[in-house]
Design a protein around this ligand. Sequence first.
Ligand SMILES: Nc1ncnc2c1ncn2[C@@H]1O[C@H](COP(=O)(O)OP(=O)(O)O)[C@@H](O)[C@H]1O
Ligand SMILES: [Mg+2]
Length: 336
Amino acid sequence: MLLDLLTSRRVVFVGGKGGVGKTSVAAALALGRAGAGARVLLVSTDPAHNLGHLWGRPVGDEPLRLAGPGDLLPRAGAGTAGPAGHVDGLEIDPERTVERHLSAVAETMRRLLPERMHAPAARHLELARQAPGTHESAVLERIAEAVELGEQGYDLVVFDTAPSGHTLRLLALPEQLTSWTETLLANRDRSERFGDAVRGLGGGGKTGRDAELRRILLRRRSRFSRLRDVVTDPEQTGFVLVLTAELLPVAETMEVYGKLTALGVDVAALVANRRSPADAGELLARRRRQEDEHLRRLRRRVPDVPLLDVPLLPGDLVGTAALAALAGRLGSSPAG
Ligand SMILES: Nc1ncnc2c1ncn2[C@@H]1O[C@H](COP(=O)(O)OP(=O)(O)O)[C@@H](O)[C@H]1O
Ligand SMILES: [Mg+2]
């Protein structure tokens, strides 16, 4: 059911509170779609990565094949006879991203600024490394890059995101970064006019520099606004909120649902994970009734989004076989 819901999208974010099962659901979703023939890129943006642990092999900052036609791919949907798909995984390394990002900026600055400005520029960058937004904007850049990578060589990009608050800040950032860039561009416009005015006095070099800065800013602006366009297009992007049917995860799900909707992001499905069985003793049956209560509350607040139950599974969710079993659950019919 979840798999069917998402077949038409090419970008899926999986979010929710820490520990509720985001990574497991994201991986199973990726595997399920690969079983239906899709080429899937699975990207972890959570600084506490565990894709590698889950797939039993080291996953790094570059895409790596996690499952292909030779592996046990679950058949999702009936009679999908096309070529087998695959899952590539990548864990965004924020430190490495910031390093790469800042050294690119440093390079540009050295090229564009006069010699005497090099030392102050280096000090400025050193401060930028510690600044609060740097980390996030670097990760956002990588998310944009992964979406672009998806356009080139994948049918679907699944993001296993950091716990929800962090992800929301990231999704809100394109707006902020865009307007920030606009401001800079507006300043550039003024200085370019200034540059025009002094060109007659031999300021041609400066005008060339302005044009290059402008190009760099524009490139960044168009990258973030492209990302925002993709993320807020329900035909292309869906957000899956994973929760356990308990007080705090349900409260947070309602809050995140409201914020995502306000940002224009489509919440495609809710997954109530690790549901207690009703027929395995009184303790679990009572838990089950308590969970039902929480889910009814969730339903009153979010009535229209499909809600899928995933039972508490007995074994460790590690390795392709276990993920394939979970993927099978994601293909089943919705909870009542
Ligand atoms: N349906 C389930 N049944 C049993 N264990 C589960 C289920 N879903 C997830 N888990 C286990 O719960 C733990 C947390 O899951 P994980 O996917 O890492 O959560 P998150 O990425 O949200 O922190 C893992 O040990 C995982 O194997
Ligand atoms: Mg995780």
